[in-house]
Design a protein around this ligand. Structure first.
Ligand code: GDG
Length: 473
């Protein structure tokens, strides 16, 4: 019998599964979370449970299950209707906008909520099917807020950790959700609740105490006679990977071709998924204002803007895409010269080598989300700067701003401030760049993804010991 394994659960599995000429092919994801958790789910009897990313007809599910089992992965199959209602609907049209303080985008559809419960129950069934006494379950993110409670109801003593990758909003925002009490009750199923920042922890504790019968002292909640610890675990990146990419041949080739095409002009870089929380529009407006007020930079600076397609079936995302297209078009039409365009806009994703070359080439990285749980792009930029050159401009609304104090910190709604910081960044002495970048690199290196996983798991064990000690008192 399997003993004491860890079960990771997230909405998506860490693989991309694609159908090619009727054959299902898997390609492991290179994402930071997959790398960090690789040390867990790839060893022993540990497993990762999640949705494989596309609808698989019933008669092909066994085949996909067997393929995934070779990688210690277990699929939860979802229909297109379930994905539409639970993922695009409740997760991305209710929780995502509300948790990012964009409440006017929220669409509180009853059917979204119904499906959210059904799908969380499907995940609970999958967990239960693989769960043995002594196992640890680590649930990830806002798509699965009910899962800890559902699993706890089936196995009272199981160890459950939960980590939320997006912000937890203030009580006044969270209370808007019609199903707020049920969501909290779901989260209370965990033994340890982790967030990126102390502010998220504070907001969660405040919402929990106002909307439930729970009580808290310091960061320990007592609910139904159980103790739940709530703590900040700022997520790190695989810093080694970004440093190692510096020596990669393909990266060098990309850097060379950027240098040739830039003809000496400076590069400002911005990389995000298409999302209204990322502050893409005000960022473009700040760049436009910068060119308008400082025309000496015409032909001297270029904005490389990568927007990775995401959720573009959701109406607000479609609209945002159109706004970006229009604004980029206007800026380029207004300022371009025969040999130069101010904005190089790419609406697609690129291989990591291309990203690394951009990080290494950029003089300034402009990261200005309206809200962001952490923001890993800012940390990847810092880790890539092995020469300690370059300046990070970072929104105070990103979790990362709590750690990367040596960035130029801006309010993402203050277009004038972003513009002034752009000017400061482009004029910063090499000495100051080096000083700031070195201190940020030390932080990114020390608090990397491996330490994040270790700290969370160590704390989860500690919580279980604390609970056991209280029971024997
Ligand atoms: C959520 C939270 C939190 C981007 N373009 C390409 C590409 N990327 C990679 C980046 C980075 C990742 O995507 C984006 O991570 P972020 O943290 O910036 O943002 P979200 O996707 O919104 O992530 C966020 C995170 O969860 C972790 O907890 O920090 O706050 O919203 O790693 O490198 N990767 C490749 N090609 C691209 O074109 N290969």
């Amino acid at each position: 019998m399997t003993k004491n394994k860890t079960i990771i659960v997230s909405n998506r599995l860490p693989v991309k599964i694609v159908e090619k000429d009727g054959v299902y092919e898997l390609s492991p994801s290179e994402g930071g979370l997959a790398t960090g958790l690789g040390s867990i789910y790839k060893t022993g009897d540990n497993v990762w449970i999640g949705w494989p990313g596309l609808e698989v007809p019933e008669d092909r599910q066994q085949e996909v299950t067997e393929k995934l089992a070779e990688l210690n992965l277990i699929p939860v199959f979802l229909s297109n209707e379930e994905i539409y209602q639970y993922y695009e609907g409740f997760s991305n049209e209710v929780l995502w906008p509300v948790f990012h303080y964009m409440t006017t985008y929220a669409n509180y559809e009853q059917s979204y909520w119904d499906f959210y419960q059904t799908v969380n129950t499907k995940f609970a069934d999958a967990v239960e099917a693989h769960l043995h006494e002594g196992d640890t379950v680590w649930v990830h993110d806002y798509q699965l807020l009910l899962l800890p409670g559902l699993v706890r109801a089936r196995q009272a003593h199981v160890t459950i950790g939960f980590f939320q990758h997006i912000p937890f909003p203030s009580y006044e925002i969270f209370r808007l959700i019609p199903w707020r009490e049920e969501l909290l009750a779901g989260m209370f199923g965990a033994d340890l609740l982790g967030f990126h920042t102390f502010d998220d922890v504070r907001h969660f504790l405040s919402a929990a105490s106002k909307l439930s019968t729970s009580k808290y002292a310091n960061n320990v909640i007592t609910y139904n006679e159980r103790q739940i610890v709530v703590e900040a675990f700022p997520m790190g990146i695989d810093d080694d990977k970004f440093e190692r990419l510096a020596d990669n041949e393909r990266v060098s080739a990309h850097i060379q071709s950027f240098k040739e095409s830039k003809q000496g002009s400076r590069m400002i870089l911005s990389i995000d998924r298409l999302d209204y929380s990322k502050g893409i529009i005000p960022r473009l407006q700040a760049f436009e204002l910068f060119l308008h007020l400082h025309p000496q930079y015409i032909e001297k600076v270029e904005l490389y803007m990568i927007v990775v397609p995401s959720r573009d079936t959701v109406p607000q995302y479609k609209e945002l895409r159109e706004q970006i297209d229009q604004l980029v078009g206007n800026i380029n039409a207004k300022f371009r010269t025969l040999n130069w365009a101010p904005v190089h806009y790419f609406y697609r994703s690129f291989p990591i080598e291309f990203l690394s070359a951009l990080y290494r080439t950029a003089d300034v990285c402009l990261v200005t989300p309206m809200r962001d749980g952490m923001n890993l792009v800012s940390k990847e930029f810092v880790a890539s700067k092995t020469d300690n050159r370059g300046v990070l401009i970072l929104s105070e609304m990103a979790g990362a701003s709590k750690e990367l104090n040596d960035a130029l910190i801006v309010n993402p709604n203050n277009i004038g401030e972003i513009m002034r910081n752009l000017l400061q960044a482009l004029n910063m002495s090499e000495q100051e760049q080096e000083h700031r970048m070195k201190s940020m690199r030390a932080i990114v290196k020390k608090f990397n993804i491996h330490l994040w996983v270790k700290n969370f798991m160590d704390k989860l064990n500690e919580v279980k010991e604390m609970q056991a000690a209280l029971l024997t008192k």
